[in-house]
Write a protein that binds this ligand. Structure first.
Ligand code: NAD
Length: 356
């Protein structure tokens, strides 16, 4: 990555108070960008990385609903961003079973609102819509690796809403963005780990809550296998993509996969064992009875396109990703609310630089 690229760029992040948005905001602040954020006034969790890492200190934040078209419009027209990362979303499958209407509203109409306003805003040159590996129609639980041109779809409301968000993005790109001097892409990644995630029903936050609350860790699907990647590897892909879109335009529009390779695939039980290596006391795990194997296989992304055209690769192997993640929470639990988030960003940049 050309780190100088970001100096003084006006960057808007929707969903900047969330897990990924907080890491991305801090990283862009560190790179010298002028960072603006637009997120719901409701915190994503308690506690939250946004507060712990004091993300708001060096950026301009607005707290409002992305479904409020007028508010979003006046905000974007005032800020006049050059690059937009769209992360505001309802990101949880289980929550989408509880409130499918809210999930579709935010994930689909939130995207429509953003893309509609951005296309009428002269300053905007690059927009990246962050979706998910779950946007693919997953009919056979293939571990072959989904390619960017595979069909999108979804059998739960979250996956379907993200598939819709992809279709919206593609339609806006072909109808309005192409030939307009603006460039629009979508980025698909999955199962991200890293310090500061407190979402419900994600394995790392569940582990940390079980330690803090001194409660057993209840696991439903120990054999479910997942490709795991550190949040910084994922965000590195978004940054490389934005930079390439800015510099070389049309060649980089469309969909992009940012997933880890096969060596990053672990079962939930294996992940727990890896976490145990970084803990003073082993986790008290209770495997829930009558548990059925959830998925013998799971979806995996083929990220050859990003490797070839963006020179994007995973920098943190799975064991190091888990080590950095557990180090972050260990600091948090020792009340060392230090600058570890930023230090890990710097460490990551050093690894990246030494690779060149
Ligand atoms: N974390 C992961 O493992 C993962 C995996 C795949 C894809 N994603 C995608 O990445 C993006 C960010 O995920 P995350 O884990 O950081 O989620 P998060 O829940 O931590 O953050 C979501 C953000 O969206 C904002 N938001 C939600 N509803 C809003 C509304 N109505 N108006 C304005 N803002 C609203 C929240 O305020 C928050 O800032 C999402 O699009 C998600 O689908 C995440």
């Amino acid at each position: 990555m050309n780190t100088n690229f970001w100096v003084s760029k006006k960057v808007l992040i929707t969903g900047h108070t969330g897990f990924k948005g907080s890491w991305l905001s801090l990283w862009l602040q560190h790179l010298g960008a002028d960072v603006y954020g637009y997120s719901s006034p409701v915190p994503v969790s308690e506690p939250h990385l946004y507060g712990i890492a004091q993300v708001s200190n060096n950026m301009d934040s607005t707290y409002a609903d992305i479904l409020d078209f007028q508010r979003l419009q006046s905000f974007i027209q005032k800020v006049r961003p050059e690059i937009i990362f769209h992360l505001a979303a309802q990101p949880l499958v289980r929550e989408s079973y509880i409130d499918p209407v809210a999930t579709f509203s935010v994930n689909v109409m939130g995207t429509v609102n953003l893309l509609e306003i951005a296309r009428h805003t002269e300053s905007v040159k690059v927009v990246i819509n962050i979706t998910t590996d779950k946007c693919y129609e997953n009919t056979n639980n293939s571990i072959q690796g989904f390619m960017e041109n595979d069909p999108v779809g979804g059998s739960d409301a979250y996956s379907a809403s993200k598939a819709c968000s992809e279709i919206v993005t593609s339609a806006y790109e072909r109808s309005f963005y192409s030939d307009s001097g603006k460039f629009l892409s979508s980025a698909r990644a999955g199962n991200v780990i890293g310090g500061g995630d407190w979402a419900n029903d994600r394995i790392i936050p569940d582990i940390i809550r079980s330690i803090i609350n001194k409660q057993p860790l209840n696991i439903r699907y120990p054999q479910a296998i997942r490709p795991w990647q550190h949040v910084l590897d994922c965000l590195n892909g978004y940054l490389l993509l934005a930079q390439s879109m800015w510099e070389s335009g049309a060649k980089y529009i469309g969909a992009w996969n940012f997933g880890p390779g096969e060596s990053s695939i672990l079962s939930v039980a294996q992940l727990i064992e890896e976490c145990n290596k970084h803990l003073e006391n082993r986790l008290n795990v209770v495997y829930e009875s009558n548990t059925q194997p959830y998925e013998a296989t799971t979806l995996v992304l083929n990220s050859d396109k990003a490797a070839k055209l963006l020179d994007w690769n995973i920098m943190l192997p799975i064991h190091q990703s888990i080590e950095w993640t557990m180090e972050w929470y260990s600091d948090y639990m020792s009340n060392r609310l230090s600058d570890l988030t930023l230090r890990q960003i710097c460490q990551y940049e050093n690894i990246n630089a030494s690779r060149l």
